[in-house]
Design a protein around this ligand. Structure first.
Ligand code: UDX
Length: 427
């Protein structure tokens, strides 16, 4: 069935959702409060770096199934389903701040057609379906939870080839209608109650964060006992119950979801009368990881980074995105700056200062330029292109020979042969 959909909030979740639903044949109007962003979208350009999204936006706009408007009013007035894709930032006490979602619900309430369905796509605390119902104040409008599991950089792929679609509602008819949006996809659809749908999202992210902190902790042990994390991961991951995915050690995990969602789940647990010590440990292992990786640089330059120049490759929280939010790379860089280092960074998506770029660093135009006169080089984001930089070109401009590979990305043998000391994670 082809449905008329409104998407409120054209951030990376909203825009991906809108463009993918249009690709599946639905008619979609995306609304955003930001006039500049909307004008850019109306002119056919997307404001984020997301593989395959521009093509889907082009397709949707030329087919007439995808359009953009400022403000939610006109987007919802003819819709059958309205998606709320607005931010749920971390509030001061760690819990999720629902003010954007409540405001969006209040704004659309008077304009929604009779018996429209409102869908919560944003990651919201358990119980938020009820919060949205109250904010709407429209008994004829059903609220459904349909959490996203989109990774930045592969959001389009994750949307169109999902591991599952989760729909949570107390109303069977509303749940089935929302599920029917995904009829074009071959996937498992899990229909459940709203609290379970909301819990699935938090539990999945917290579990993945646990996997990452676990492997980073095992990497630290590997360093102490002389084991090699790469082999340990293969050995562990071959057990089908564990799996190799999401076991890559690194400088810690970050991004717009894991840090805020882990903290929010700790709060949700607290409210439910459960002290989630395990997840608190996962978060604190991650904070320690930033310190451990920064300490590797200090060790590599002889025990004190004060006055030393450190070249940094990668600032985004992972490769394939230009997002700096809660980036582990930024956390490590800030630790180096606090200890008195001078930092020159190169990231293919960060060419000039912008919010999120640490104050006091210099940005270089190429990998090799970042290394000019540097005492040490640290790799913090796993951009594939870093693998192809010739160590000899780096050696020609760098003052020191220390490489700290925070992503185990570079070929250590090649770098060692070129005269570098290559230190990775868990090796
Ligand atoms: C995440 C979830 O994967 C997605 O399902 C959810 O809806 C939003 O949050 P994203 O924030 O895009 O997606 O990042 P993800 O690819 O999951 O990576 C999170 C962090 O873990 C990054 O800092 C990444 O570098 C790190 N990571 C991931 C590792 O260090 N090792 C790995 O093996 C995988």
């Amino acid at each position: 069935m082809v449905l008329k959909v409104a998407v409120i909030g054209a951030g990376y979740v909203g825009l991906t959702t809108g463009a993918c639903l249009a690709h599946l044949g639905h008619t979609v109007i995306c609304a955003d409060i930001d006039p500049d962003k909307t004008a850019m979208l109306q002119s056919g350009r997307i404001p984020i770096h997301e593989l395959g999204l521009q093509e889907l936006v082009d397709e949707g706009m030329s087919s007439g199934r995808l359009s953009f408007v400022v403000g939610s009013h006109s987007a919802v007035e003819n819709c059958e389903i309205a998606f709320l894709c607005v931010p749920t930032p971390q509030g001061e006490d760690g819990s999720a701040d629902l003010s954007y979602i409540q405001a969006a619900a209040r704004q659309i309430a008077p304009h929604l057609p009779h018996e429209a369905i409102v869908v919560n796509k944003s990651t919201v605390p358990v119980g938020s379906t009820k919060v949205v119902e109250r904010a709407l104040g429209r008994p004829d409008v059903k609220v459904v939870s349909n959490p996203e599991f989109l990774r930045e950089g592969s959001a389009v792929q994750d949307f169109l080839k999902p591991d599952r679609v989760v729909v949570g509602s107390d109303d069977q008819g509303a749940a089935l209608k929302v599920a029917s949006l995904y009829d074009g996809l071959t996937t498992r659809v899990i229909i459940t109650d709203p609290a379970s749908a909301e819990t699935i999202k938090y539990a999945a992210n917290a579990f993945l964060a646990t996997k990452l902190s676990f492997i980073n902790a095992i990497a630290a042990i590997c360093e102490g006992v002389g084991a090699d994390i790469d082999d340990v991961v293969v050995g562990m991951g071959s057990d089908k119950r564990i799996g190799e995915n999401f076991l890559r050690p690194g400088p810690g995990w970050g991004g717009s979801c894991f840090p805020k969602d882990s903290r929010a789940l700790i709060k949700i647990a607290e409210g439910a009368g459960y002290d989630f010590d395990l997840l608190k440990g996962v978060v604190s292992v991650n904070d320690q990881q930033f310190d451990r990786v920064a300490a590797k640089v200090t060790d590599a330059v002889g025990g004190d980074v004060r006055g030393k120049t450190v070249a940094v490759w990668g600032l985004t929280f992972k490769a394939g995105t230009d997002d700096l939010r809660d980036s582990p790379a930024v956390s490590v860089v800030n630790r180096l700056l606090d200890r008195g280092a001078r930092v020159v960074a190169f990231d293919p998506t960060v060419t000039q200062p912008r919010p999120g770029v640490p104050d006091g660093i210099d940005l270089a135009g190429t990998e090799v330029d970042a290394c000019r006169g540097a005492d040490a080089l640290i790799v913090l984001t796993e951009w594939d292109q870093f693998k192809w930089v010739a160590p000899h070109d780096v050696a020609a401009v760098m003052a020191g020979r220390a490489v700290v590979d925070g992503r185990n990305l570079l070929d250590r043998n090649t770098w060692r042969k070129a005269g570098f000391t290559h230190v990775g994670i868990g090796r």
